[in-house]
Design a protein. Structure first.
Length: 288
């Protein structure tokens, strides 16, 4: 393993700073929105671009420019010995690209996949025998370094390989690890798809404000700032969401009146349960 004195990382205690000590090679397969965010995170944490190879047929100008700093863009697979291969392509193209990925994998390589719905079994069938595999699910706030990723390793992943995978994933936000791959469909439904639910909340709140008489553009600005600010408060506060909700709710006040509706038997909880269950079922179906 090519990390000097790597630090352990369990749930909630990732160490992205360990990447500044990385002296191996990481190959990134796919440098679109999520892959590009990971690449930005690695370089921002001090990884030498010469330690990175990117396989991307249509690289953004910013990625192509990194070739001037040593990044290897679309190199011949035979010339690479990668400590880690990160697969960041859309799951639909996985059958087409996996033979090329397999060519990058040696017995010491850890393969980290962030493809939604593609199981460890699928990856193992397409990779060399006994490959060390980590399946991970990030979410879109990774683009601003505020994502959260849940990862699950197969039995071939060694502790040093897990630490390397953790550091690579933690470059875009927090990392949680689970031991049961069956949980990944629910993870996808909660955190993977979750940003869309929050954006819908902002849309819905803005529409409700407009129906209450506010100018539509003002309602949209108020909703956007309220959702963003509340999320930041939740992020920074040591208190849990329920406590923060209580703090802003005066008995008999306006917030309490609204919460009576949202927390009714047919309110937000059962609606969210149905939404998450639907997303979980769809994830299982896509995984086959």
């Amino acid at each position: 393993m090519s990390m000097t004195n790597p630090q352990g990382s369990e749930s909630g205690r990732s160490n992205p700073g360990a990447l500044s000590q990385f002296t191996g090679t990481v190959a990134l397969v796919g440098a679109g929105r999520m892959g590009g965010a990971m690449l930005d995170g690695w370089i921002g944490l001090g990884v030498d671009p010469a330690r990175i190879a990117v396989i991307e047929p249509q690289p953004a100008a910013s990625i192509a420019a990194l070739a001037g700093r040593g990044l290897r863009l679309n190199p011949d697979a035979a010339s690479l010995r990668a400590d880690a291969v990160v697969i960041a392509v859309k799951p639909q193209v996985a059958p087409d690209i996996m033979p090329n990925v397999a060519a990058l994998v040696s017995p010491s390589t850890v393969v980290v996949s962030i493809m939604a719905g593609r199981t460890i079994g699928f990856l193992a069938d397409a990779l060399p025998r006994d490959a060390a595999i980590v399946r991970a699910m990030p979410n879109t706030p990774a683009a601003i370094g505020r994502g959260i990723t849940v990862a699950v390793p197969n039995a071939r992943v060694t502790p040093p390989q897990r630490r390397l995978a953790d550091a690579l994933l933690a470059a875009t936000g927090a990392v949680e690890w689970v031991g049961d791959e069956a949980l990944m469909d629910a993870v996808t439904a909660v955190s993977g798809s979750g940003p869309a639910y929050v954006f819908l909340l902002a849309e819905s709140l803005a529409r409700a404000g407009a129906k209450a008489g506010l100018p539509a553009d003002l309602a949209a600005r108020l909703a956007r700032a309220t959702v963003a600010g509340s999320g930041e408060l939740l992020h920074r506060s040591p208190q849990d969401a329920a406590t923060l909700r209580h703090n802003v709710t005066s008995p008999g006040g306006t917030t309490a009146a609204a919460l009576d509706v949202l927390m009714a038997a047919d309110g937000l909880d059962p609606l969210m349960e149905r939404a998450v269950a639907a997303a979980t079922r769809r994830g299982r179906a896509l995984a086959g």
